[in-house]
Design a protein around this ligand. Structure first.
Ligand SMILES: *Cc1c(COP(=O)(O)O)cnc(C)c1O
Length: 371
């Protein structure tokens, strides 16, 4: 079977998967209530713990990341939820909270910006909340929020902090235990460079104790069940075995690089992308920008703004022109569709593969702008 070569797929999710990892999925089935599975599960959790920087069990869900966003809300004891919304995925977190019947107050932050800590402090002071939802790396805008500080602010008011770090974890520093994160979740298809279909999450003991008193936890996304089964080295239901095999294939290379090495590589790719946009703008006169201001940028995804006065330069046109050069990038997301395009410089990409993508994007932009 010929697989596409690695290094041309730069969507902000799913991201490119190395052929070895794809091939690693091809193994025979296992009974998921047996010793062989338990050995596999133990190895997977041991490989994920250093990525989350936790000694707690890492829950593995056969769902996309959104499943664990819902699990986080369902595990939250009764009370109002403050949802920090600075993009499409944080808006999804707020919608999930509402859909689960929770009183949800939205703290609006301009798209492209990180959550403003003074604003968060004020919102938390205004009334009691049981939890705050926040997206670490807002993949729709490329903004990175300070989840450590937001968690501390929430704790000071007796609220839990539920963190979507789907494009953060494995790319940007996350210290689950040291920062006392209540619940942090990610998905397989982002910075961990696996095929889509798995969600990973860690709950603090305190958050879990609160959850066990909740009555609206449902079944499939009940974190209390995930904890019970994790202590037996099993999953609550039949897991997506091929995806676990892919994870098993990928984790040794994650360990070899080290999570800190991963953080540095992602920071270098983001910095290169920002410099590229600046230099291309200076060389061509095309008014490109990075949506998020310096100091608030995700290491995993960049949203590049296009000049509003040029009809040929839309996100979709840039995506198509890059595709003609063999590269897959993302259009703007949600209300930024058309006005931005996004490069997912995450997962197993390197400065070298990124350079090829940036060259293709530069050529695409020059062609569309006639420069
Ligand atoms: C991709 C993404 C999600 C949704 O993940 P699914 O796996 O599609 O459910 C949620 N939050 C962020 C920040 C994401 O980037």
């Amino acid at each position: 079977m010929t697989l596409p070569p690695f290094g041309r797929f730069f969507l902000p999710g799913p991201t490119d998967v190395r052929p070895e990892v794809l091939q690693g999925m091809v193994r025979g089935m296992l009974p998921h209530r047996g010793a062989e599975f338990e050995t596999l599960f133990t190895r997977l959790v041991a490989g994920l713990q250093p990525v989350f920087r936790t000694a707690r069990p890492v829950y593995i869900s056969s769902s996309s990341a959104t499943g664990f966003m819902e699990a986080a809300v369902r595990a939250t004891p009764p009370g109002a939820i403050l949802a920090i919304v600075n993009g499409a995925f944080s808006d999804r977190f707020a919608r999930i909270a509402r859909a689960c019947g929770r009183e949800t107050v939205v703290l609006e932050v301009p798209w492209g910006r990180a959550a403003d800590l003074d604003q968060v402090r004020e919102a938390l002071a205004a009334r009691d909340y049981v939890a705050v939802t926040v997206v670490h790396s807002e993949s729709s805008t490329g903004a990175l929020s300070d989840i450590r500080a937001i968690t501390a602010l929430a704790h000071a008011r007796g609220a839990a902090c539920l963190v979507d770090s789907v494009t953060g974890l494995g790319a940007a520093p996350v210290e689950t235990d040291a920062w006392d994160l209540d619940f942090v979740l990610t998905g397989s298809q982002k910075a961990l460079a696996l095929p889509p279909g798995l969600a990973f999450g860690v709950a603090s003991e305190r958050f879990l104790a609160g959850a066990s008193r909740g009555e609206q936890r449902g079944v499939y996304f009940d974190l209390v069940e995930f904890e019970q089964y994790a202590t037996k080295n099993q999953t609550p239901n039949t897991p997506a075995l091929p995806l676990l095999y892919a994870l098993d294939t990928q984790l040794p290379s994650v360990a070899a690089e080290g999570v800190e090495g991963r953080w540095l590589r992602h920071a270098a790719m983001a910095a290169r992308t920002h410099r590229w946009a600046e230099e291309l703008a200076a060389a061509t006169g095309i008014a490109l920008g990075i949506l998020s201001p310096a100091g608030e940028r995700s290491p995993a995804v960049s949203a590049i703004t296009l000049p509003p006065d040029r009809a040929t330069l839309t996100g979709d046109a840039v995506v198509q022109a890059a595709a003609r050069r063999g590269y897959v990038i993302g259009d703007g997301y949600g209300r930024l569709k058309g006005r931005t395009f996004r490069i997912g410089h995450m997962g197993d990409h390197t400065l070298e593969t990124l350079e090829g993508c940036l060259t293709a994007c530069g050529d695409a932009l020059r062609e569309l702008a006639g420069r």
